[in-house]
Design a protein around this ligand. Structure first.
Ligand SMILES: Nc1ncnc2c1ncn2[C@@H]1O[C@H](COP(=O)(O)OP(=O)(O)OP(=O)(O)O)[C@@H](O)[C@H]1O
Length: 258
C-alpha cells in the first residue's frame, strides 16, 4: 500500500520481560472503513491496539496516522490529532451525570476548561453533547449518574464520550463484550452509521463474530503475536489457517465466540 495510508501499522513488536507478545504484524486501515482485529485469546490483539492508542510504546516498528509517526506523540495529544478510544473495562466518571461525562469528553479536544464545562458549558457544547446522547439513545438518561446505567448503556455512554472529541479515527476495544443480542444489533447499526454519515474510520478489537462479520470492510487476524491472515469477512470466514487458529488448543474463548 502507498506511503499515505490513513493508519499504517508496520512490523510492530512488543516484548514483556522475555515474552514477545506481538511479533511484527503490519496492516493498513483505510479511511472511511471499519477494520477489525481478531484472533484467539493471547494472540496479541490488545497489545497491538494499545500501541496504536499510545497506551504502550512498541519495542520496535512504527505506527503512523495520516503520515505522522504516532510512537513519538505523547498519549494526551492523541485526541487533538483526531483519535479517540474506548476501553474494554469502562473508564467512566461514575458519580458524574451521563451528560457531564460527555461534556468532559469535549474537553479532550480542548473545547473548554474542566470547571467551566461542568458548571456552565456554553450552549453549543451542551447541544453537541446532547446530540451525541441522542445518537446513542441515552438522551433520556442525561441527568442520571453514570453508575446507575446498566453495563450495556455504560458502554454506549463511553462511545458517546469518545465521539465528543469529533474523532477521525475511533479505536474500540471489544465494544460488544458483555452486551445482549439486541444491544449488539443497535451497536452494529450505530457503527455503520458513524462511518456512512460522519465519515469516521473505525478500528476495533472484537471477539463477537456476529458483529465483526456484519460491520467489517476488512479483517486482520492475529495468532501467537503474528498476523496470520487479512481480507474481507467472506475471505476470513473461509480461511483454513484462521479456522485452525480458532479451533486450536487453549483457544476456548475465541472458539466459543466464533
Ligand atoms: N502487561 C503485560 N505484561 C506481561 N505480559 C502481557 C501483558 N499484556 C499482555 N501480556 C501477554 O501478551 C500476550 C498477548 O496478550 P494480549 O492481551 O495482547 O492478547 P489478546 O489477543 O488481546 O487476548 P484477549 O483476546 O484474551 O484479550 C499474552 O500472552 C499475554 O499474557
Amino acid at each position: 500500500m502507498n506511503a499515505t495510508a490513513f493508519l499504517d501499522v508496520r512490523d510492530v513488536s512488543v516484548v514483556f520481560g522475555g515474552l514477545k507478545a506481538v511479533n511484527g504484524p503490519s496492516f493498513q486501515v483505510e479511511q472511511g472503513r471499519i477494520h477489525a482485529l481478531i484472533g484467539p485469546n493471547g494472540a496479541g490483539k490488545s497489545t497491538t491496539f494499545n500501541c496504536i492508542s499510545r497506551f504502550y510504546t512498541p519495542t520496535s516498528g512504527s505506527v503512523s496516522f495520516e503520515g505522522r509517526e504516532l510512537t513519538r506523540v505523547s498519549p494526551h495529544r492523541m485526541a487533538s490529532l483526531g483519535i479517540a478510544r474506548t476501553f474494554q473495562n469502562l473508564e467512566l466518571f461514575a458519580e458524574l451525570s451521563v451528560l457531564e461525562n460527555v461534556l468532559l469528553g469535549t474537553h479532550a479536544r480542548g473545547a473548554n476548561t474542566l470547571g467551566r464545562l461542568l458548571r456552565r458549558p456554553d450552549r453549543e457544547t451542551e447541544d453537541f453533547a446532547l446530540h451525541l446522547l441522542e445518537r446513542v439513545g441515552l438522551a433520556g438518561e442525561r441527568h442520571q449518574p453514570a453508575r446507575d446505567l446498566d453495563f450495556g448503556r455504560q458502554k454506549l455512554l463511553e462511545l458517546a464520550r469518545a465521539l465528543a472529541i469529533r474523532p477521525k479515527l475511533l479505536l474500540l476495544d471489544e465494544p460488544a463484550a458483555g452486551l445482549r443480542n439486541r444491544e449488539i444489533e443497535s451497536l452494529d447499526r450505530l457503527l455503520k452509521e458513524l462511518v456512512a454519515r460522519d465519515g469516521i474510520t473505525v478500528l476495533l478489537v472484537e471477539h463477537v463474530m456476529q458483529l465483526v462479520m456484519s460491520i467489517s470492510d476488512r479483517i486482520t487476524v492475529m495468532a501467537f503475536g503474528e498476523k496470520i491472515a487479512e481480507g474481507t469477512p467472506a475471505e476470513i470466514g473461509s480461511n483454513a489457517r484462521v479456522i485452525e487458529a480458532y479451533l486450536g488448543k487453549g483457544n476456548e474463548k475465541g472458539a466459543a465466540h466464533g
